[in-house]
Design a binder for this molecule. Structure first.
Ligand code: TXA
Ligand code: MG
Length: 334
């Protein structure tokens, strides 16, 4: 199959809608990462998504919708709090899990009786969903296990020959996937942290953070979000998260331990003798750069990547959550 890349313009949206209506799949831009989209109400389309990614079929997909009203089409008992959160954070990087109606096939929900919803903040993707008039099931558009793609070229690397079309919307502004929440008796529980931070949610409701966010699951623990139990976000090189109090001790550690195949993501690159890639001094910049730099390190032939641990506040919690998985929980404490 030939994989075409088209830029965001009305004609591309028409072409993509036609492909999606035929139960084929298309990569789409969002503000978080690129998604691999298909008709979320079609078991056939959804099976193609799992196949193209090599994704375990018990890992459920997010339904992307273009209007809050659509919740009533696909969810049973929409919580009032969901409407409040939608009003504040949609379109945007917040995914909410609710009970599903039967119209949503089990293939989409990975066999669960719940389904996740998100309204992405990308005008072209919203137009595409409108044109389809069905929700787009879309996981991140990477091969299962690799870092999520933040630009069309990275989608192409993973999906060429497997899908007919990539819509190129440029670089994703967040660079990390959305915050995933479930509703509790009196608030929400964060299953995967993202651009809508615990601090932002706390303005509106009680917030719990699932312990799988910062820790690995132990044998016998049940994954509330099935995606959290798989090895994830990893480049080919071995990644280490390095926890330290200050930039100088990180630089000292790296300068003692690097070789020609080491790449470093540091908050401050000046005193580091190893090759470095863009990262950031703020959590927002780290979120934007993490996946892009992990992919770049692979392109440069890295065997070992040292990444300075983020501060866990705000969007830093999301960076921490992705990084510790990319590192397969290998943490070096200085
Ligand atoms: O930003 C994003 O969320 C991107 C863009 C494309 O929208 N999508 C994305 O999808 O990251 P994916 O499939 O890579 O991650 C979805 C996560 C997985 O960890 C999955 O297990 C969890 O959400 N999830 C989906 N439906 C769920 C459900 N019903 N119950 C619990 N977890 C669910
Ligand atoms: Mg993913």
């Amino acid at each position: 199959m030939n994989t075409e890349i088209l830029r965001t313009e009305p004609k591309s949206i028409d072409i993509a809608a036609q492909i999606l209506k035929n139960d084929e799949i298309v990569a789409i831009p969002t503000e978080t990462v690129y998604g691999l989209a298909g008709n979320g109400l079609s078991a056939d389309a959804v099976k193609k998504i799992f196949k193209a990614k090599g994704r375990p079929n018990d890992n459920p997909l997010i339904l992307h919708i273009s209007s809050v009203d659509w919740l009533y089409r696909y969810a049973e008992n929409v919580p009032d709090l969901a409407l409040k959160l939608a009003e504040k954070f949609w379109p945007g990087p917040l995914t909410m899990i609710m009970s599903k109606k039967n119209i949503v096939p089990e293939e989409t929900s990975g066999g669960l009786d719940t389904v996740a919803f998100r309204m992405p903040n990308n005008q072209w993707t919203l137009k595409l969903i409108e044109a389809c008039d069905f929700p787009l099931a879309a996981p991140s558009a990477n091969l299962s296990g690799l870092p999520s793609p933040t630009r069309a070229g990275y989608v192409y690397n993973d999906m060429k020959g497997k899908i007919p079309l990539i819509i190129d919307g440029g670089q994703c502004s967040y660079g990390l996937e959305s915050t995933v929440i479930a509703f509790t008796e009196n608030g929400v529980k964060i299953l995967r942290p993202g651009g809508v931070t615990p601090e932002m949610l706390e303005q509106l409701c009680r917030v719990e953070i699932d312990k799988a966010v910062t820790e690995g699951l132990k044998d016998g623990d049940k994954a509330l979000s099935p995606g959290m139990k798989y090895k994830h976000y990893s480049p080919k090189a071995e990644v280490f998260m390095v926890k330290c109090d200050d930039n100088d001790s990180f630089a000292d550690f790296v300068n003692k331990n690097f070789d020609d195949y080491t790449i470093v993501l540091a908050k401050k690159a000046e005193n580091i003798k190893a090759k470095t890639l863009p990262y950031g001094r703020t959590a927002k910049q780290e979120a934007e750069k993490l996946f892009t730099s992990l992919r770049k390190a692979d392109e440069m032939g890295a065997k070992k990547i040292y990444v300075q641990a983020p501060n866990e506040e705000g969007i830093g919690l999301a960076v921490y959550n992705r990084l510790i998985r990319a590192a397969a929980f290998k943490v070096i404490e200085l």
